[in-house]
Every structure is written in structure tokens, then in C-alpha cells.
Write a protein that binds this ligand. Structure first.
Ligand SMILES: [Zn+2]
Length: 415
């Protein structure tokens, strides 16, 4: 009984610490009185817990504000510059490793192209290891201030044997049960107690946009990731909806055309086969070769995907018929995909993100909205807000860094 009582007191203390730390992280700076007013904790509890958090270097006093007739109130916030997190984006054409402060401001980045794509696991792992070592050295941070490493990958991440063994299944990139957490830990030479988290890239992007970007303040939202491939993070009641095998949100592989174009997943007519960057480029090439390209047409040979999509947009602006046709068709399929999300989830917000989503969305969003309105149920459509992501094309790495930060805020403290 006594031991159980002890554990309960300790749990309560930990949960109070986490509650105040999260409140300050997402809403700070706040005074002790603000914390008393907006939580169920007593003044004495707030005072004790804040004392602990300041003592542990997690919270800092950052000035004061006057209060009516009383003493000035001291403002508190999480001591973000003191702590660090690493975020890794395993993209289909490159690995990006970034070192952040706890509030996810970038300090140092290292980028490695993957000329043969991300299919070769050993090459990807080697670059992650090199990147992690490199940003730690260039950032000049003490290893003890790093709260963990997060990795966003194109695939489904399963945690079969507990949190230490994240295994990645990436059907469209040829990854079969890859034990990425262990491989990253070995390649980067990480201390055994440093947390490493692996999650789907669309989910990490979704979490970044929910915390700091276009999803902020929403409870029910869908954050989409359109790059070479297409995915989504469905947020229900404030948390990502994952499904029984953690593969929910594979929006790119929902069917928009029965018997349509072949998709990388092996099926036909998937949304990704129409609106993913690889598909947009392939469709433009076919249209141009079919004679629709005018003199203003884009020459795509030798360009990487990002420049190729930009060239198609530029050709469209110059009046190229093939570009116009392909972009119009892309907007229609994307609008249908958005309508499907609206009808299935009735979200308050849908965010178009990912590098290709931002690039194409800048031009196509009004048309996508129009098409979504044609296909979605009226009531659900009138209450949804459709907007572009706000964190830029590299939000997957920042989102990956939210994984160790979230754990840090929950565990309340260094290792
Ligand atoms: Zn597919």
C-alpha cells in the first residue's frame, strides 16, 4: 500500500510538472497567477512545481508585467534556448538533418542528396548518421542538452516490440520492415538513453503545422503532404488518428479513377498517380510529347522534380497549352481528393502542405476549392477552411523534432 501511495504522489507530481510545462511551452510567457487561474492547481502547488522546474533549468523568469494595484507579476517561459532537438526528414530525393532549439528554431542544417532515391536503406542510414554528428559538432551544443532525435520517413511506422524498435514499411519506396530506430542509433553513435523516434513524414509535418503553423487552434483538421508522393495527417480531437496498424492517412492511395493511371503502390487510379510531383511531371511529358506543347513549353530534361514542377508552372504562365491542361486536371483531382476528406472527416480545416503542395497550391488553390465545393456535401463544405501550409517546404524535419520535444514535455525533464 505504502509503495503504491508513493507512486501515486510521484505520478501526480510528474503530471503537474508536465501540465505547467506544456502550458508555458504553448502559451508562455505567463505569470504564476495566470497558471493558477487557468489550471485546477492551487497557488501552493504552482509555486512548488515552478520552483522545481526553474531548479531543473526547464523554466526561466523573463521579466515582469504590472498588475492592478499589486506587485508586478514575474513572467515565466520554458527555457527553450537551453535545450535542443534534432529533426530528420528522409525525403525521396534527399536527407535533411536539422538541429533546433526546444521551440524549434533552426540552428544548423545538413542536407544530403540521394541521387538514386531513398530506396537504398544503407545509404539513407549512413547520411542520417553523418548528418546527426555534423549538426551536433557545428552547433557546438552539449550532448546532455539534446532531448532526442526524431525521424520522418515515407512509409508506415510500426512499433512492434515496444518503443525501442520502430520498424518502417515503405511499400512505394521498397522498404520492407526496416528497423530504422536501431540503425540510426548505431550509425550516429548515439548514447543508449537518448530517445530516437521514427514516424511517418506526413504525420510529423502535420504535428509541426498543428503546433506552429496553419493548423494552430484547430481540433479536427487534415494536414496534407504533397511531394513526390502524397500523404496526410488526420487530426481528430487534437491528436493524429493512426488506425489499427498505424497506416491511417494514406490519402495518396485512395482511388480517384477506377482503372486509372498505374500508381507506385501497385494499384491503379490513386490520387498520388495524378497529383504527386512525379505524376504531374510524367503527365506533362506525355501531354507535351502528344503535341500539345506550344513554343512556350517547358524543357524538363536534366531538372530535378522541384525545378521541373516550377518549369511547368512557368510554362503555364507563358501560355503553354500542355501545362495548362495538366495543371487544370491536377486541380480537379486534388479538389476531388479534398472533397473526399471533407465528406469522410468533416474537418474544420484542411491544410495543403509539402513542397509540391505549396508550389502547386499557390497557383491552383482557388480552383481546387471550387472543385471541392462541387463534389463535397454542402454543409460540411461550408464549415471547412482550406489553406496552404505556413511552415515552408522543410516542415517534415521540424515536425520530426516535435516527437522528442513532445516526449520531453511529457516526461518533464532531461534524461
Ligand atoms: Zn497508390
Amino acid at each position: 500500500m505504502a509503495e503504491r501511495g508513493m507512486r501515486t504522489v510521484r505520478d501526480l507530481r510528474r503530471s503537474n510538472r508536465s501540465l505547467l510545462l506544456r502550458r508555458l511551452y504553448f502559451g508562455g510567457p505567463l505569470s504564476r497567477q495566470d497558471l493558477i487561474d487557468t489550471t485546477t492547481l492551487s497557488a501552493a502547488s504552482v509555486s512548488n512545481v515552478i520552483g522545481d522546474l526553474i531548479g531543473a533549468g526547464l523554466v526561466a523568469e523573463v521579466g515582469s508585467v504590472g498588475s492592478e494595484g499589486g506587485r508586478p507579476r514575474i513572467l515565466l517561459r520554458v527555457d527553450c534556448p537551453r535545450w535542443h532537438a534534432i529533426g530528420v526528414d528522409v525525403g525521396e530525393t534527399r536527407v535533411l538533418v536539422e538541429l533546433f532549439t526546444l521551440d524549434l528554431a533552426v540552428l544548423v542544417r545538413a542536407e544530403y542528396p540521394l541521387p538514386d532515391g531513398c530506396g537504398a536503406v544503407a545509404a539513407v542510414v549512413e547520411r542520417i548518421g553523418e548528418g546527426v554528428r555534423s549538426v551536433l559538432a557545428d552547433g557546438g551544443v552539449q550532448p546532455a542538452t539534446v532531448v532526442g532525435v526524431g525521424v520522418g520517413v515515407p512509409g508506415v511506422v510500426e512499433h512492434a516490440d515496444g518503443p525501442k524498435e520502430g520498424v518502417v514499411h515503405g511499400q512505394t519506396v521498397g522498404w520492407d520492415a526496416v528497423p530504422l530506430e536501431r540503425l540510426v542509433r548505431e550509425a550516429a553513435g548515439l548514447e543508449p538513453d537518448l530517445p530516437v523516434f521514427v514516424d511517418n513524414g506526413a504525420t510529423t509535418l502535420g504535428q509541426a503545422e498543428m503546433w506552429f503553423g496553419a493548423g494552430r487552434g484547430a481540433r479536427d483538421a487534415v494536414i496534407t503532404l504533397i511531394g513526390s508522393g502524397v500523404g496526410a495527417c488526420v487530426v481528430a480531437g487534437g491528436s493524429p488518428y493512426r488506425g489499427t496498424g498505424r497506416s491511417a492517412g494514406e490519402w495518396g492511395h485512395t482511388t480517384v479513377q477506377v482503372g486509372g493511371r498505374a500508381c507506385r503502390c501497385g494499384a491503379r487510379g490513386c490520387l498520388e498517380a495524378y497529383v504527386g510531383a512525379e505524376a504531374v511531371i510524367a503527365r506533362y511529358r506525355e501531354a507535351a510529347d502528344g503535341g500539345a506543347r506550344g513554343r512556350e513549353g517547358a524543357e524538363l530534361s536534366g531538372l530535378d522534380e522541384e525545378h521541373a514542377v516550377a518549369a511547368i508552372l512557368a510554362a503555364d504562365a507563358n501560355g503553354d497549352r500542355a501545362a495548362l491542361a495538366v495543371l487544370e486536371e491536377t486541380a480537379v483531382y486534388l479538389g476531388v481528393g479534398v472533397a473526399n476528406l471533407i465528406n469522410l472527416f468533416n474537418p474544420e480545416r484542411i491544410v495543403i502542405g509539402g513542397w509540391a503542395g505549396l508550389l502547386l497550391g499557390g497557383r491552383l488553390l482557388p480552383r481546387v476549392r471550387e472543385i471541392a465545393g462541387d463534389y463535397a456535401l454542402r454543409h460540411a463544405f461550408t464549415t471547412v477552411e482550406l489553406k496552404l501550409g505556413e511552415l515552408g517546404p522543410d516542415a517534415v524535419a521540424r515536425g520530426a523534432a516535435t516527437l522528442p520535444v513532445e516526449s520531453f514535455l511529457g516526461q518533464v525533464g532531461p534524461r
